[in-house]
Ligand binder design. Structure first.
Ligand code: SAM
Length: 288
């Protein structure tokens, strides 16, 4: 079903390389998103202590539940991952893990929901050790992109704030059935224990990032002014930029995490956003 991004992995070499690169092993609790026909699921099940796989397609979920019924450490959940409470999944299944466990995600993601899934994983990243994910090649580029390069934007900033993303290898369409129309790549995102700009709460930081990218084609000054966060206040934005030492003629895509962090500290100092929740404006502070 195209709507569900059902391009099943048929290349066992790629399958093994993903599982190997993920580094999962005994003691780990692993969440697989979209197990499909179980290409990765079976190999993961051989390695880890607890495997929770969330599949939205009722037939595939029922098929896997039957196929893997004798593996008591494998749980196939029929659900939409976007409606799941990921923290609750960890909590529920942690009891089965022997002692302290690492919580990892391994998935060949349905490409149609990659961005919302990434947002959810990143906002819950403190629970996790790492995410090893097959994504569309363009998404992998966005995750890795540095300021001023192609694909750079809010997703790059989020990924690099919460994790250290690495592009492990690319995968061609013929590794899947049916083949997707796009190139794919496997990325590993290792969660930062002390996030970059760790003195800043992510809520105000990403509220400012979102305001900066609100009008992508405008320069940062105009984008911030026209954002609901700064409510059309030219003087405030000019003062923030001056305090942060940022040239207002630059565009958001030329600014790195460090510049956005300086802007956010300035906005907090001026009382324009709250240090803890970024609730001053309409862009919202959550990564969702
Ligand atoms: N892991 C399998 C593999 O590698 O062959 C299947 C990968 S396929 C690219 C994506 C899978 O995600 C499909 O089985 C699809 O039904 C499932 N899926 C799509 N949307 C989903 C959602 N919202 N929640 C959970 N699973 C979803």
């Amino acid at each position: 079903m195209r709507a569900l991004g059902q391009n099943f992995l048929v290349d066992t070499g790629v399958r093994d390389a993903i599982v190997e690169a993920s580094g999962v092993g005994p003691g780990d609790l692993v969440l697989e998103i979209g197990p499909g026909r179980g290409a990765l699921t079976r190999v993961l099940a051989e390695r880890v202590s607890v495997l929770v796989a969330v599949e939205v397609d009722p037939e595939l979920a029922a098929y896997l539940q039957r196929e893997l019924a004798d593996l008591s450490h494998v749980h196939i959940i029929h659900a939409d991952i976007l409606s799941c409470d990921i923290g609750q999944i960890a909590l529920t299944h942690a009891r089965q893990a022997p002692g302290p466990f690492r919580f990892m995600v391994v998935a060949n993601l349905p490409y149609c929901i990659t961005t919302p899934v990434l947002h959810r994983l990143l906002s819950a990243s403190s629970l996790f050790e790492a995410f090893t994910l097959m994504v569309q090649f363009e998404v992998a580029q966005k995750l890795m992109a540095a300021a001023g390069t192609a694909g750079y934007g809010e997703l790059s900033l989020l990924a690099q704030y919460y994790t250290r993303p690495e592009l492990l290898f690319t995968v061609g369409p013929m590794s899947f059935a049916p083949p997707p129309r796009v190139q794919s790549a496997v990325v590993k995102m290792t969660v930062n224990r002390s996030p970059y700009a760790g003195d800043l709460d992510p809520s105000p930081l990403f509220a400012v990032v979102r305001a900066g990218f609100a009008k992508r084609r405008k320069n940062i000054r105009n984008s911030l002014v026209s954002s609901t966060l700064f409510g059309g206040d030219h003087d405030l934005v000019a003062a923030l930029l001056a305090r942060a030492g940022i040239d207002g003629r630059l565009r958001a895509e030329q600014l790195g995490l460090e510049e956005f962090a300086r802007l956010t500290r300035a906005a907090i100092a001026f009382g324009a956003v709250h240090a803890a929740d970024g609730k001053s404006g309409g862009e919202g502070g959550d990564v969702n």
